[in-house]
Design a protein around this ligand. Structure first.
Ligand SMILES: Cc1cc2nc3c(=O)[nH]c(=O)nc-3n(C[C@H](O)[C@H](O)[C@H](O)COP(=O)(O)O)c2cc1C
Length: 319
């Protein structure tokens, strides 16, 4: 499937794996890139050296394109500069699109993108020099920028900007991917479904909770706001109930690059990774309304193949 996204990024499948903080490490990004889509790293608090090292090892393991996602509340310009010289796409989420950060990505030789939740923000991202924008509907898992459902947002963003638009939020099946590409998106972005892959760094209890959940089990909330206030996020309702039922200030410990362990304050944003211990059920279990399509742990390449082949068939009018 040839789209403005595949041509710009240099991949064969119009699909971007979401850069998910703490979940999307080198193994997932490499597997997705090898399968023909755009793999993304989500390392929101990594130092410049760790980011450079991760990207160099990724570059040795795959010839496919890989990008890095930055969350604006935690962004460090030195890390952006380290990433920009070593990856295909530098992408930002949250806050007003900033021309200086877009320029920093370009100076290093990377494409620049911004994930947005409104038409105004999409215009600002294009005006800031972004090469593509990601329109995120309110169905999305994780932090959610806007209040509008994906289809009306995508329609309005496509009308408002000239750069390629990636559609995000609630997409996890071939039908959903085909729908957004048919509507004019240059690619689909998938988050939640990739959490339940063999290569993602998600705790098995988190993956089990996703497998057992449907779209009506997710909720948009500001519950996990310690360290990142006033930022709505979509999680499984069960983790909100579990977190509210306990009194302890700390719910567990997480592993950080280098092997150190850090306490996880109750109601804070980290979701449970493989090395996390403690009350994982009471940590932020991010999930989009796409969660109903998560039925088992799969290999990331199989997810990419299923979506790409199914969407291509549907778009060609063959069911
Ligand atoms: C576990 C998880 C972590 C996420 N972390 C980030 C992040 O660090 N940066 C970001 O831009 N978006 C993040 N998101 C949101 C995704 O970029 C994307 O908008 C969302 O996953 C799309 O909806 P879906 O989950 O239904 O596919 C995260 C989503 C999930 C599920």
């Amino acid at each position: 499937m040839d789209t403005a996204f595949t041509r710009l990024v240099g991949c064969t499948v119009p699909l971007q794996q979401a850069g998910m903080g703490g979940v999307a490490g080198p193994d997932l990004a490499v597997a997705v890139a090898d399968a023909g889509a755009l793999g993304m790293l989500g390392m929101p608090t990594a130092a410049p050296e760790a980011t450079a090292e991760a990207l160099e090892s990724v570059g040795r393991r795959t010839a496919g394109p890989v990008g890095v996602n930055f969350l604006m509340p935690f962004v460090d310009r030195d890390v952006v500069a380290a990433a920009a010289g070593r990856c295909r796409l530098v992408e930002f989420f949250y806050d007003e699109p900033a021309p200086d950060l877009v320029a920093l990505a370009h100076e290093g030789g990377a494409l620049a993108a911004w994930q947005v939740g409104s038409v105004e923000e999409a215009r600002a991202a294009a005006g800031a020099g972004c090469d593509l924008v990601v329109a995120q509907g309110v169905e999305a898992g994780g932090h959610v920028r806007g209040q509008v459902g994906l289809l009306p947002l995508l329609d309005a963003v496509l009308e408002a900007v000239d750069v390629p638009v990636v559609a995000a939020g609630g997409i996890a099946t071939a039908r959903e991917m085909a729908a957004v590409v048919a509507a004019g998106a240059a690619a689909a972005r998938v988050g939640t479904r990739f959490v339940a892959t063999a290569e993602a760094d998600a705790h098995p209890s988190y993956v089990d909770a996703l497998v057992g959940a449907g779209p009506e089990d997710t909720v948009l909330t500001t519950t996990f706001s310690v360290m990142w206030p006033d930022a709505p996020h979509r999680v499984l309702r069960s983790c909100v109930e579990a977190a509210e039922a306990i009194d302890d200030d700390v719910v567990g410990e997480m592993e950080v690059p280098g092997g150190a362990r850090l306490p996880i304050p109750r109601l804070s944003p980290p979701c449970p990774g493989r090395g996390t211990t403690g009350r994982t059920d009471a940590m932020a279990l991010y999930a989009g309304q796409s969660v109903g399509a998560v039925r088992r742990v799969e290999r990331a390449a199989d997810v990419v193949r299923e979506l790409a082949e199914g969407a291509e068939r549907l778009l060609a009018g063959r069911r």
